[in-house]
Design a binder for this molecule. Structure first.
Ligand code: ADP
Length: 432
């Protein structure tokens, strides 16, 4: 132990098929490197000797198939070695998927046979869904495939920002620190972090996303054969369950991986038995998965949004811009009654139309909100259009009718469409 109680660098020897589970300290990053042997982090091999820097609070595991020595420099909240992991069963799934990809590749002209596996990962919150999705994608990418990652989890958002559903091809094993590269992902903005706020809108967006992906696949035999890995939300009861079934159906999933829930697995097996080409497979949850309470999850969301503007290592500097009120058209989706009460049959209550576009007057209520910038050219295209990126409102000057916002430095937002949609009361104040 070095002076001041800070630990010096230390080494951990890992036996074969063991993993080192780490939670980085809350305020300081952790440096780590591979000294001997081979090891991977959630499916991505790490290079020998090179120091990797992990941001505060990150939870991850370094797994080795054949044995390794790891060196760490810095504080951790916890770190321990585990010799019981479900990794063998996970890699067996990967092997089966690999076989299906090869079969698909061998018959590029056959509409059905040319379709590679479409895997959907389901289970309760904190069952390791995102982690398993990541491993399957990284292992596939390592073999040279370019599988499509579809993230339907609006709560955390591993592709862009929370509040979205998104898809992106994975061309390389996912970087253990940087995560998924942000090269032109297909993003649809939902604007809330729970689907119950507007489940109908969620369904519409999943359909839109599925349609575009279907179109892309039909023109690209390579990505069609590689297939997709779909990550889902942890909401598996009631409407959540219904949304899962809708996702399986809409995205034509043919492999359903159920993590750590007997009941969900048997329910899905039961309803899907009418579809003989869909396999439902139960997998064990890893003991390393860290449960996060509502607070921790909220905080993770805020950091995720911060990352979008400032980068993981605070290495990006967002641009601050000023616009006139009438340079910007702001809308929200949903809300507003569908029909006036007078037009309804006696006794009927007006219901809110879930996909109605409602213009929003710019005022101080927009302060500290995230707005999505749509690719739509006209307002009526907003729902069916994906989004170019996000802005964060930092000031609103009512007198001068000026709005100040920050936008990420990477890639200017398309100027032709200053149409924005606002999330209702999402992520308020996280960047202050
Ligand atoms: P879900 O997607 O089901 O909510 P995640 O895959 O996001 O669950 O896992 C929850 C947390 O646990 C994440 O922070 C993840 O990095 C961490 N985690 C998952 N597997 C392990 C493991 N084997 N060792 C350490 N941390 C892990």
């Amino acid at each position: 132990v070095a002076l001041g109680g800070a630990p010096a660098t230390r080494q951990v020897k890992l036996e074969r098929e063991c993993e080192l589970r780490i939670e980085v300290a809350p305020d300081t990053p952790l440096r780590l490197r591979l000294l001997t042997g081979t090891a991977e982090i959630f499916g991505t091999e790490i290079a020998p000797e090179i120091w990797l820097t992990f941001p505060p609070r990150l939870k991850f595991a370094v797994f080795t198939w054949y044995g390794a020595t790891i060196e760490m420099d810095g504080n951790t909240e916890t770190d321990y070695t585990a010799d019981e992991t479900p990794m063998i069963s996970y890699v067996n799934v990967h092997a089966v998927l690999e076989g299906r990809r090869n079969r698909a590749k061998a018959s590029p002209s056959d509409v059905d046979l040319s379709q590679g596996p479409r895997v959907i990962v389901v289970g309760p919150t904190d069952s390791g869904k995102s982690t398993l999705s990541r491993m399957l994608l990284s292992w596939a990418a390592k073999q040279g495939w370019k599988p499509t990652f579809v993230d339907l989890d609006i709560g955390q958002g591993s592709i862009t920002s929370p509040g979205c559903i998104a898809a992106t091809p994975i061309e390389m094993p996912i970087d253990p620190v940087e995560g998924i590269p942000l090269e032109m992902p297909l993003v649809y903005f939902y604007g809330h972090t729970t689907p119950s706020v507007n489940a109908d809108l969620y369904k519409v967006l999943v359909k839109e996303l599925a349609q575009i992906l279907e179109r892309q696949f039909s023109g690209n035999a390579e990505s069609r054969a590689a297939g997709m890995v779909i990550n889902t939300m942890g909401w598996i009861e009631g409407v959540g369950y219904e949304l899962l079934l809708q996702a399986i159906d809409t995205l034509n999933a043919n492999v359903v991986l159920v993590l750590g829930q007997e009941k969900l697995c048997s329910m899905l097996k039961d309803v899907l038995k009418s579809k003989p080409n869909v396999d439902v497979v139960k997998l064990q949850k890893s003991g390393g998965v860290v449960s996060r309470n509502v607070k921790v999850r909220q905080r993770a969301r805020s950091y995720r949004i911060r990352e979008y503007f400032y980068g993981i290592a605070n290495d990006l500097s967002p641009h601050s811009n000023i616009a006139n009120f009438n340079d910007l058209s702001v809308y929200k989706i949903g809300g507003g009654p569908q029909a006036p009460r007078s037009a309804l049959p006696i006794g009927a209550e007006p219901v809110a139309d879930p996909t109605r576009l409602v213009p929003v007057t710019i005022n101080r209520d927009l302060l500290h909100l995230i707005l999505a910038v749509s690719f739509a050219k006209e307002p009526d295209q907003i729902i069916s259009s994906n989004v170019a990126g996000f802005i964060y409102i930092t000031d609103i000057d009512i007198q001068r009718k000026k709005i100040t916002y920050i936008a990420p430095s990477a890639g200017e937002l398309p100027s032709r469409c200053k149409l924005c949609m606002i999330p209702v009361r999402m992520v308020q104040g996280v960047l202050r």
